[in-house]
Design a protein. Structure first.
Length: 443
């Protein structure tokens, strides 16, 4: 084993430090390669002492000692600066490194931000199991179609009641467009279920086909419960969140799709049918809220639905729609409303199509709007729906669509206000007016 003498080691240490930090310090090596490494004098009466030039092995060992020593020195200085309370010393010595360390310490001490979805889940949840909150199917539907939760008491359940609720969950063979309304208060949904169902309301069939194919690795056209949970995690972007690690491992959603024991296979056609039924069920509730049991809704009702989750004032829109001649006021059926909702789920593709028109300087007319919608969804929108949309979003009154505002408002409605895109004015008075408008609209 090669062990250099003391003088050689000291020289190698200096040289190793300079070599290690040469890219940062831009220090040349010329003075280190001309016969001697360092020449220094302690006092005037002592002779100069010249260190021998080290070999390559000594340089390597010296570099290791040098870097280790520099790191240890930084730690000591850091502790000293913290102990003395000197903020200036730390910011001068290693500003970037220590600033990043301070930021990390502050971030770790802060509580995780609470999302709008988490707040809404907690606001509408009406079940409690072992100290954790859960939703019923009714809670989920009302969180989508209502702005405020109903007055209710938290229902505390135990293992026996939980087992009863799961046993009464309809099987996949009984899946329908009224599944959640049929279960109503008799099911249980976790926060992960809630996020997944919210996502299912805003995605197209093609997007779920891609997710399904990614996790159907053996191309068997079905997934088991474990594979579905991976799909669920991917769709909801599951992270290490307390609400995503709840005590309940089986819910009404997983029992419906995979059976009470969780051993049934979920085929793609059944999965896509479930998503389609869910989207239709929520839209039926939103439509019937304004139709009152009638087969159609008015243009004013349609505008109220679209502007429900926005801060835009509804009154000027209603007054504009009332000026439409009576013979031109065709009612909007659920089928027409449902086709328009398919467009909203393809809003990103529609935005690209609309951008093509604006880049060429062309105004968006009703014909071009209908054509872009059909290209994105494969369905033709009814002319009365398109006319109503133009009345709502024709801000200048020139018969052309203000498509930027249309996209912002529709994104708000698509996510039911949980991803608000509009920029609200700051200040007490504008905020107060917004709250009053929303409260009056809801009542």
């Amino acid at each position: 084993v090669y062990i250099p003498d003391t003088n050689t080691m000291m020289a190698a240490t200096f040289r190793g430090v300079f070599a290690a930090f040469r890219p940062l310090l831009r220090v040349g090596e010329r003075s280190l390669t001309r016969g001697s490494v360092v020449s220094w004098s302690r006092t005037a009466h002592r002779r100069n002492r010249t260190f021998p030039r080290p070999g390559p092995k000594a340089i390597v060992l010296g570099a290791l000692f040098g870097v280790s020593g520099a790191a240890a020195g930084c730690v000591v200085l850091r502790k000293i600066s913290k102990g003395s309370g000197s903020e200036a010393s730390s910011s001068v010595l290693l500003p970037k490194l220590w600033a990043a360390e301070d930021k990390k310490e502050k971030d770790e001490s802060k509580p995780a931000p609470v999302s709008k979805r988490e707040l809404r889940y907690k606001d509408f949840a009406s079940l409690s199991y072992k100290g954790e909150v859960y939703m019923t199917p009714r809670d989920f539907l009302e969180s989508i179609t209502h702005n405020e939760p109903r007055a209710r008491d938290i229902d505390v359940i135990d293992d026996r009641i939980l087992a009863q609720r799961l046993r009464r969950t309809p099987s996949r063979s009984k899946s329908s467009k009224s599944l959640f309304r049929d279960m109503w208060n008799d099911g249980i949904l976790t926060y992960a279920d809630y996020l997944f169902l919210l996502t299912a309301l805003t995605k197209t069939k093609r997007q779920f086909e891609i997710a399904f194919e990614m996790f159907d690795r053996d191309k068997s056209d079905f997934v088991d419960l474990n594979e579905f949970e991976r799909v669920q995690d991917a769709v909801t972007k599951k992270r290490n969140h307390p609400l995503l690690n709840q005590k309940i491992t089986r819910s009404s959603l997983t029992v419906h799709l995979f059976g009470e024991r969780g051993n049934q296979k979920l085929y793609s056609k059944d999965f896509f049918k479930f998503i389609e039924n869910l989207q239709t069920e929520v839209r039926e509730i939103e439509f019937s809220k304004y139709s009152g049991g009638a087969p159609t809704i008015t243009g004013e009702d349609f505008a109220a639905i679209l502007l429900l989750h926005t801060t835009r004032d509804l009154d000027p829109v209603v007054e504009k729609l009332k000026k439409i001649p009576l013979h031109s006021r065709d009612g909007i059926s659920f089928e027409q409303f449902n086709s328009f909702c398919h467009l909203l789920n393809s809003l990103d593709d529609f935005a690209v199509a609309m951008t093509m028109y604006t880049l060429t300087g062309k105004p968006v007319t009703e014909d071009e709007f209908s054509r872009a919608a059909q290209v994105c969804t494969g369905q033709k929108l009814d002319d009365s729906v398109v006319k109503t949309v133009f009345y709502i979003f024709d801000v200048d009154g020139d018969g052309k669509l203000s498509y930027n505002e249309f996209l912002v408002v529709m994104k708000n409605w698509k996510f039911r206000g949980l991803k608000m895109q509009q920029v609200r004015k700051e200040g007490i008075w504008p905020t107060f007016k917004t709250c009053v408008k929303l409260e009056m609209r809801n009542n």
